[in-house]
Ligand binder design. Structure first.
Ligand code: PPE
Length: 305
């Protein structure tokens, strides 16, 4: 259960958590058109709170809305400002921020041209998405029987609410079979991403991740590519098949919620020695230093509150 915070920002103002309700005729509830973000704020080593890559997340929110032809009725700067404010009004030193834009009520049917675009920002405490043990020891994943969206069926560059039905189907299937996470292939059969994370493999000292075709352009993915290259580890963005995963020395997944989570098994095959490898461990440690403000090279990724 999500623990309630004091306030939620909705349609321009802060209101008590329990009052953030919508009408059943809310268009997005019926047809699944909405766009959202997930952003983490961390308490830094010096005690201050910093939102990680706020500008990039809000930019992606507006990009998603643009793709979906939803006109968010606030300037980007205001949404960024509210993300900082909500942490203050809720007294949170660390939190997960969830901006959500959706189509309100008005007409029904598939042409909701004049229905209002509504916006909410929620902040709650979210621990390790794939478990503390998963972060430390690695998780077990399964290739899903569900394919990731074809690029002309859903708009995969958009973080759209409806896109996530596919993720839920995959996640349910994998967890029902006793795995921690699902890995989805694209409609050509190549590895795409996990239900809520981008995916990377390492073999012989080279990191590989699928190109940005059918996958979400992950902001954590971008961080990991940058950090790896700074360490001098080569990174290629290239398509690859599921058996390359089986043969990897290391695999890890990245996402705002999942942070950097190693994978120790795929489809019953042990990955490398079956525990997090040196590259995943090094990058995970570097990532946590960056988000906590301990790496001077990446201060520009932090918005201090
Ligand atoms: N792919 C998908 C499908 C995805 O949902 C996410 C984030 C990513 C990649 C990584 O993107 P980024 O957060 O920018 O590095 N998934 C979000 C939602 C998780 C949820 O269950 O809700 C997240 O991590 O916030």
């Amino acid at each position: 259960m999500v623990e309630k915070a004091k306030f939620i920002w909705m349609d321009g103002k802060f209101i008590p958590w329990d009052e953030a309700q919508v009408h059943i005729m809310t268009h997005s509830l019926h047809y699944g058109l909405g766009v959202f973000e997930g952003i983490r704020a961390y308490q830094c080593a010096d005690g201050r709170t910093a939102i990680f890559r706020l500008r990039e997340h809000i930019r992606r929110l507006y990009d998603s809305a643009h793709v979906m032809q939803m006109d968010i009725p606030y300037p980007q700067a205001e949404i960024e400002h509210v993300c900082a404010e909500i942490l203050k009004v809720n007294g949170q030193k660390e939190a997960y921020l969830r901006p959500l834009a959706f189509v309100g009520d008005g007409v029904m049917g598939l042409h909701p041209q004049n229905n209002p675009i509504r916006v909410a920002i929620i902040s709650w405490i979210w621990g390790a998405y794939l478990g503390d043990e998963g972060l430390k020891k690695g998780i077990r994943a399964k290739i899903s029987s569900f394919a990731r969206h074809h690029v002309n069926v859903m708009m995969t560059k958009a973080k759209a609410t409806g896109n996530y039905i596919n993720s839920i189907l995959a996640k349910r299937e994998a967890t029902a079979l006793g795995y921690d996470e699902a890995i989805l292939l694209d409609t050509d059969g190549y590895v795409a991403e996990a239900s809520g994370e981008n995916i990377f493999l390492a073999r012989d000292g080279v990191i590989k991740t699928p190109p940005l075709t059918a996958v979400l352009p992950g902001i954590t993915r971008d961080c990991l590519i940058t950090l790896a290259r700074d360490f001098g580890i080569p990174v290629v963005e290239e398509i690859f098949s599921r058996d390359e995963l089986y043969l990897a020395d290391e695999i890890f997944m990245t996402g705002t919620a999942a942070e950097v989570t190693p994978v120790r098994e795929v489809d019953g095959r042990r990955i490398g020695p079956g525990k997090p490898g040196p590259i995943a461990k090094k990058l995970q440690a570097a990532f946590f230093e960056v988000v906590k403000g301990q790496d001077p090279r990446y201060q520009h990724w932090l918005t201090y509150i």
